[in-house]
Write a protein that binds this ligand. Structure first.
Ligand code: IMP
Length: 189
């Protein structure tokens, strides 16, 4: 890990400012309010990356919704998906006959999202859709459907607003691209 306490110093450039992120949440919130009108969805946040996005998104939704969390991991401390998805911590809520909306920070290969959707469908959910903040399409290996997304991103590693590198930098207010030397530092360890 870089020996600095200044978390902004690891950023090469900003991709999305706080205002950009806020605008994405407002736009998605409006869409979801319209699409879930008259329903009582269960909103499932994918830990830990989605917590910042989820809290902002649900406050833009004028919908009677329940919230629960699922922790599923395919990365561990790595920067690339291991390809194997593990359930780390389960929901407390029964999803049978529920309209479920998964909220995820970023979809990359799509394997994590596919795993979560399959799991919730198998448990009898009435509908399972997802809302991701960022959609990284370059590495997609799954044909999982991404119903709602804030923005597309290129094939670069981004951090901030919940997104982490080695479990750090989630608490940046904006989303930025990591400096290449930070990535090299870790890869050469
Ligand atoms: P997937 O299964 O390959 O789609 O991976 C999804 C998960 O990978 C996300 O929930 C993130 O935790 C992580 N991830 C993918 N790309 C990035 C990135 O650029 N920055 C931080 N985390 C990422």
């Amino acid at each position: 890990m870089p020996k600095t306490d200044n978390i902004n110093s690891i950023i090469d450039h900003k991709l999305f400012t706080e205002e950009d992120i806020h605008n994405m949440c407002v736009k998605l919130g409006k869409q979801l309010t319209a699409d879930y009108a008259g329903k009582k969805p269960l909103i499932v946040g994918a830990l830990k990356g989605a917590i910042f996005f989820l809290t902002d998104l649900v406050r833009e939704m004028d919908v009677k919704a329940e919230i629960d969390f699922l922790d599923v991991s395919s990365y561990g401390d790595e920067m690339e998906s291991s390809g194997e998805v593990k359930l780390i911590s389960d929901l407390a809520t029964d999803v049978k006959d529920r309209d479920v909306l998964i909220v995820e920070d970023i979809v990359d290969t799509g394997l994590t999202l596919e795993y979560m959707k399959d799991l919730l469908k198998k448990r009898g959910a009435k509908s399972v859709k997802c809302c991701v903040l960022l959609n990284k399409e370059a590495n997609r290996t799954s044909d999982v459907e991404v119903e709602y997304s804030g923005s597309k991103v290129g094939n670069e590693f981004v951090v901030g607003y919940g997104l982490d590198f080695m479990n750090y930098y989630r608490n940046l207010r904006y989303i930025g691209v990591l400096k290449p030397e930070i990535i090299k530092l870790v890869n050469n360890k």
